[in-house]
Design a protein around this ligand. Structure first.
Ligand code: HEC
Ligand code: HEC
Ligand code: HEC
Ligand code: HEC
Length: 135
């Protein structure tokens, strides 16, 4: 009896670990909802942006927003399961990025705002991503 229980427990544990492992390896989709804030080159007045990540993942490929950097400093296209770093870790003033991509703000506007603008002008309004503070 005791042996059986132990076996059941260890099986559950093994399965649990297996699932957790898979989630870490390639199914890590990141948070469903985020509030993005610049920490490396922040503006004098912080302007956090809301970002429904999961909603965007429903219809966009990961590589629409995520990519990495090669040894030559050039952009490398997204590949499934790659390590995903914060935009700021590359898009910061010390990293020698080309014009208009030097900060989180610029990279985000070039990605988020440009697509929103192409999609529907109303989606490119500042308040869509930077909601006014409720008082
Ligand atoms: C489609 C989404 C989107 C739209 C529209 C947008 N932004 Fe942003 N903006 C972001 C993101 C994402 C960041 C980077 C994270 C952060 O600091 O908020 C950012 C950063 C900024 C920052 C730097 C904030 C900081 O704390 O350093 C400013 C200032 C800013 N935006 C102003 C504007 C203004 C003004 C408009 C309208 C003309 C606008 N944004 C429209 C997404 C957007
Ligand atoms: C519309 C743009 C967009 C799409 C599409 C998108 N992401 Fe993201 N994702 C982001 C942004 C922006 C962040 C926050 C990065 C930051 O904090 O600098 C993020 C963060 C993440 C993180 C957390 C990284 C960390 O440790 O902070 C993971 C994991 C992730 N995304 C995975 C995915 C996967 C997998 C897909 C495809 C199924 C995907 N994303 C699609 C924009 C996107
Ligand atoms: C590992 C480093 C790295 C990370 C992390 C990174 N980028 Fe980039 N990004 C680059 C490089 C390198 C380029 C190419 C710059 C050039 O043109 O020389 C680039 C180019 C871009 C461009 C212009 C070209 C294009 O694809 O449209 C945008 C927009 C952009 N990044 C947005 C983002 C956003 C948003 C994030 C976070 C979700 C992010 N980047 C994360 C390295 C990075
Ligand atoms: C390739 C296109 C594309 C990119 C890149 C993109 N978005 Fe969007 N986003 C959309 C579309 C289309 C909608 C409206 C459709 C919808 O709400 O489902 C939207 C909706 C939104 C909304 C409003 C959701 C709502 O329910 O009102 C926010 C906030 C938002 N995006 C923020 C961002 C931020 C921040 C980024 C960059 C980190 C970003 N988006 C990148 C296409 C994009």
């Amino acid at each position: 009896m005791k042996k059986l229980t132990l076996c059941a427990v260890s099986m559950t544990l093994a399965f649990g670990l297996c699932f957790a492992g898979a989630a870490l390896a390639s199914d890590d989709k990141g948070p469903a909802e985020m509030t993005l804030t610049s920490t490396i080159d922040p503006a004098k007045k912080a302007k956090p942006a809301i970002f429904p990540h999961a909603k965007h993942q429903e219809r966009l490929k990961c590589g629409e927003c995520h990519h990495s950097k090669g040894a030559d400093g050039k952009q490398v296209a997204y590949v499934e399961g790659q390590k995903i770093e914060k935009c700021e870790s590359c898009h910061n003033k010390a990293a020698g990025m080309p014009k208009k991509l030097t900060t989180f703000k610029e990279a985000a506007h070039a990605n988020c705002k440009a697509c929103h603008k192409a999609e529907d002008k109303k989606l490119a309004k500042c308040s869509v991503c930077h909601p006014k503070k409720k008082k």
